[in-house]
Ligand binder design. Structure first.
Ligand SMILES: [Zn+2]
Length: 471
């Protein structure tokens, strides 16, 4: 039902877009508007990004940072940028701790024997080789774990079964993420010897959602895994009836001396080449699926948009830089990029990242201070036929990899995609190419190409506008 409705508004948007191209001789700003409309409409039928994510997921598959597959992905991205005629194409390596999944087995051993579906959390330590077998303590809410007294979980496995609600903008993920990131250390502080939590997912299928965890300094590191949603519900019901014991075997390994790669290319500006508009997505993925919606789709969107802009003659006024980050999932590439490019940061006038799946864009948030400007008015008018409205709040984040740039003073723009079912498959074995609808991906690319082009042409000093807005 939802899909039918969205296809309808997308198709209506396309015909409205074609009807809105003016037929008269244009001034400079009008000509930017016309070019933005043409780029937008071209993106609706262009398949450059879609073909790239098809090749990426088919010939390489998973791209966990630190694996040989991620290195091959960086080479594929580099050769694609070179073949498309980008300037200044290169790969940059940076150090990471690579983490590799091992065996992962979980079963209820009492009161009755039952297998459980789990996924080891990224960064988790291993259990002893023979595993651990002990009683569980179930918390319906994460806050109840935080309220538990020190020592109350001595020798036990803590299990948090809190659910994550389904919402269109994905904000419930941010609200729940401490359950995965901080849960293991919080459980360890109270004496637990292992930690399980209900996957941060909105599905009801029997696949666990992986994701990174972060141990607190000075707290014992305990093994941790996500349970599939039905398995977490099962444990909650069992625990309500009496004592439950679990056996858990996790054998991940890590390598502190690994590296990953970020790949970038530019379309050099024709008038103000020292002013850079940076758009990014992340090339790495989790290892269970093939990283199609997270974040092959984002790579497809920014590559598709950048490729259309690269073909403009003359080039747009400012320089476009496309950056494909190489270790977002374990949060290495954003900080590494900001550190390696500290000298560049003052030249980056605006940044954006596509990292929220393959569905259509439904709203956008403007850079701070840009609200009542010709740039924003033209952008709103250009995106309206795609069924996209302006959220009247400044963008404060646009993606994890560019957050360190934003912290260092770079304004950001956010194009929000429909995420109503994003967390059904996010970080699961179901994240595969077949989940990408080429028409929705094209709509998102159309939104990005128009936004990026208008930012490249704009006279607006985004950095100054953001600074003035703050003061
Ligand atoms: Zn992602």
């Amino acid at each position: 039902m939802l899909r039918t409705f969205m296809t309808f508004i997308w198709a209506a948007g396309l015909s409205a877009a074609l009807a809105s191209v003016p037929m008269f001789e244009a001034s400079a700003q009008d000509s930017d508007t016309v070019t933005a409309q043409k780029l937008r409409d071209a993106a609706l039928t262009d398949r450059f990004g879609y073909r790239f994510v098809e090749t990426l997921t088919t010939t390489i598959g998973q791209r966990l940072a630190g694996t040989e597959a991620m290195t091959r992905a960086s080479l594929l991205a580099e050769s694609t940028l070179l073949a498309a005629g980008f300037d200044n194409v290169h790969r940059e390596s940076f150090p990471i701790t690579a983490w590799m999944r091992g065996r992962e087995e979980a079963e209820v051993t009492a009161p009755s024997s039952q297998r459980l579906v789990v996924a080891t959390l990224g960064g988790s330590v291993a259990t002893p080789p023979g595993g651990v077998e002990t009683e569980i303590v179930v918390f319906a809410r994460y806050s109840q774990l935080l309220a538990a007294a020190p020592g109350s979980l001595d020798g036990k496995i803590a299990v948090v079964t809190e659910a994550m609600p389904r919402v269109m903008d994905g904000s419930s993920y941010g609200a729940a993420i401490s359950i995965r990131r901080s849960g293991p250390s919080e459980a360890a502080k109270r004496g637990a010897i292992a930690y399980l939590h209900r996957s941060l997912g909105t599905d009801d299928h029997r696949l666990a959602h992986v994701g990174a965890t972060n141990y607190l300094e000075g707290v014992k590191r305990i093994p941790a895994a996500a349970l599939s949603v039905p398995d977490a519900q099962q444990l909650a019901r069992m625990a309500a009836l009496g004592k439950v014991r679990i056996r858990l075997v996790l054998t991940p390994t890590s390598d502190e001396h690994a590296q990953s790669w970020t790949v970038s290319g530019e379309v050099r500006g024709s008038e103000r080449p020292d002013e850079i508009v940076l758009i990014g997505a992340h090339l790495d993925s989790w290892d269970l699926g093939t990283g199609a919606i997270d974040d092959g789709a984002g790579v497809a969107i920014v590559l598709g948009a950048a490729n259309l802009i690269a073909q403009l003659k003359p080039h747009a006024k400012r320089t476009l830089r496309v950056v494909l980050f190489g270790a977002e999932e374990m949060n290495y590439s954003g900080p590494a990029y900001a550190k390696m490019h500290a000298d560049d940061i003052p030249h980056i006038v605006l940044a954006g990242e596509a990292d929220f799946g393959a569905r259509r864009v439904y709203t956008f948030l403007a850079p701070a201070g840009a609200m009542n400007t010709p740039f924003l008015q033209t952008l709103a008018d250009t995106l309206n036929p795609l069924g996209i409205f302006l959220t009247r709040q400044p963008a404060t984040n646009s993606g994890d990899d560019i957050a360190p740039l934003h912290d260092a003073g770079v304004p950001v723009i956010a194009l929000r995609q429909n995420g109503i079912d994003y967390f059904d498959i996010h970080h699961t074995a179901d994240d595969t190419f077949d989940k990408i609808d080429p028409q929705e991906l094209a709509q998102a690319t159309a939104a990005w190409v128009a936004a990026v082009y208008l930012a490249l042409q704009s006279e607006l000093d985004f950095r100054k506008a953001a600074k003035d807005f703050k003061n």
